[in-house]
Write a protein that binds this ligand. Structure first.
Ligand code: SF4
Ligand code: SF4
Ligand code: SF4
Length: 360
C-alpha cells in the first residue's frame, strides 16, 4: 500500500486525521496519502436530525437530488426540479455537535486549501501552504492550466472574518462544554512528548470515552482505516467495536483527529491565525475543467495524475442508491476526475474507508 501515492480532498478534520496517521506511521501503519487538498468548512450536518427537519417540512429523503450551500443559503434540490432553502444560520438544529468545537475553517494542515469564499463567481480562493503545494500551483499557472483572477482586499477580509467567527464562536462552545463535561483534547496544545505519553496506553475504549461518547467524533473513518484487525465499523452515527483489541495496539487513538494534536503538528497560537500558516493566497480558475467554483480541485487532481505526481486520487461522486448522499472513492483515471468534475466537493464525512475499498 505505501508504494502508492494518493492525493486526498477533505474537510479540515479529515486533513488533520491524514496528518496524524502519517506522523505516527510506526503506530498506525501510515497511509499512501502524499498530497492533501483541504476544503473550507464551517460545519457539517447530522443526517438523522436533517431528516427529521426535512420531514417536518414535508420532504422525504428519497425526493432529494442534492444539497448545496450557495450565497448563505442551505439549498435542497428535489428530483422534481423544485427546491427548498433556508439561511445557513438557521441550520444549527441539524449541525453535528462535533463541529461546534472545531476551530479550523481553512484546513491548516493541507498542502493547499480551496474554497469559494473571497473570490468572484467562477473562481476559487486557494491558500498555498507547503513547498510542494507551491511548486504544483506555480507549474500549473506557467502551463496555463490555471488562470489567476483578482483577489480583492474585501474578499480576503471576508475570508478572514468568516474564519475568525468560527474560531471565536467555537472557542466559547469549547469553554462551555469543558465546564460541564470532559476536556476537548484536540485543543490541549500538548508538546509532542506529552501527547505521546498521554496516548501511549490508550485503546478503543479510551477513544469512546474521550471522543465518541462526548460528541467529539467527526466520523472521518481514520480509526476504522488504521485498525490492524478490522474490528471497528462506522455507521452513519458512530464508530463501534466488534471484537477484542490487540494488547499492544493504540493505532485508533493516535490517528483520531479529536485526540491530542501536539504543538509540533499545529503551533499553540494557531487560533490567532484565522487562515493558518501559508505561503500565498490566490484566486484561481481551471482552464481545462469546467467544474464547480472554477474547477480548481478537479483541475489539480487531473494535473497530478497526468504529470505522474500521484498514482490515484480521492474523488466525490454520488451514491447509486442514495443520490443526495455524496460518496468518496479512489481512482487513478483522469476520465473519472473529469466525470466527477460537476460534483460539488462538499463537506461530507467521506472517510478513509475509500482507501481500503478502492476499485481495481
Ligand atoms: S469537524 Fe465539522 S466543521 Fe470541523 S472540519 Fe470537520 S466537518 Fe468541518
Ligand atoms: S485493535 Fe483496538 S486499539 Fe487497535 S486500532 Fe483496533 S480498535 Fe483501536
Ligand atoms: S473516533 Fe474515529 S471516526 Fe471519530 S473522529 Fe476519531 S478517528 Fe474519526
Amino acid at each position: 500500500m505505501d508504494e502508492l501515492r494518493t492525493a486526498m480532498v477533505g474537510t479540515p478534520c479529515q486533513i488533520t486525521a491524514a496528518t496524524k496517521i502519517n506522523k505516527y506511521s510506526d503506530i498506525t501503519g501510515g497511509s499512501p496519502i502524499d498530497f492533501k487538498i483541504g476544503l473550507f468548512c464551517m460545519e457539517n450536518y447530522s443526517y438523522t436530525y436533517l431528516e427529521k427537519f426535512l420531514n417536518s417540512n414535508n420532504i422525504e429523503m428519497h425526493e432529494i437530488k442534492e444539497f448545496r450551500i450557495e450565497k448563505g443559503q442551505f439549498i435542497v434540490y428535489l428530483n422534481d426540479g423544485n427546491k427548498f432553502s433556508i439561511p445557513v444560520r438557521e441550520t444549527k438544529i441539524f449541525t453535528r455537535k462535533n463541529c461546534e468545537v472545531c476551530t479550523d475553517y481553512t484546513a491548516d494542515l493541507s498542502d493547499i486549501s480551496v474554497g469559494s469564499v473571497g473570490s468572484s463567481k467562477g473562481y476559487s480562493t486557494v491558500i498555498v501552504r507547503t513547498e510542494k503545494g507551491e511548486e504544483i500551483i506555480n507549474d500549473m499557472i506557467n502551463k496555463e492550466l490555471l488562470e489567476v483572477g483578482e483577489l480583492t482586499d474585501s474578499g480576503l477580509k471576508l475570508l478572514e472574518r468568516i474564519a475568525n467567527r468560527k474560531i471565536h464562536e467555537n472557542q466559547e462552545n469549547i469553554k462551555e462544554r469543558e465546564s460541564v463535561a470532559r476536556q476537548v483534547l484536540s485543543q490541549r496544545h500538548l508538546s509532542e512528548k506529552s501527547a505521546v505519553t498521554q496516548s501511549k496506553d490508550c485503546q478503543f475504549n479510551n477513544l469512546e470515552a474521550d471522543v465518541i461518547n462526548v460528541g467529539g467524533c467527526v466520523l472521518c473513518g481514520a480509526c476504522e482505516y488504521v485498525c490492524p484487525i478490522d474490528i471497528i465499523q462506522i455507521n452513519d452515527r458512530k464508530p463501534q467495536l466488534f471484537g477484542k483489541c490487540n494488547e499492544d495496539c493504540h493505532a485508533c487513538y493516535f490517528a483520531c483527529p479529536r485526540t491530542y494534536i501536539s504543538t509540533d503538528i499545529l503551533p499553540e497560537d494557531i487560533d490567532d491565525k484565522p487562515l493558518g500558516e501559508y505561503k500565498k493566497i490566490l484566486s484561481l480558475k481551471s482552464n481545462s475543467i469546467n467544474g464547480q467554483d472554477g474547477g480548481v480541485v478537479s483541475g489539480i487532481l487531473t494535473y497530478l495524475l497526468n504529470e505522474n505526481k500521484v498514482d490515484e486520487v480521492f474523488l466525490v461522486g454520488q451514491d447509486e442508491d442514495i443520490p443526495w448522499k455524496p460518496k468518496s472513492f479512489v481512482s487513478g483515471k483522469v476520465s473519472d476526475v473529469i466525470a466527477a468534475a460537476g460534483t460539488k466537493y462538499s463537506t461530507v464525512p467521506i472517510g478513509f474507508k475509500a482507501l481500503t475499498d478502492r476499485e481495481d
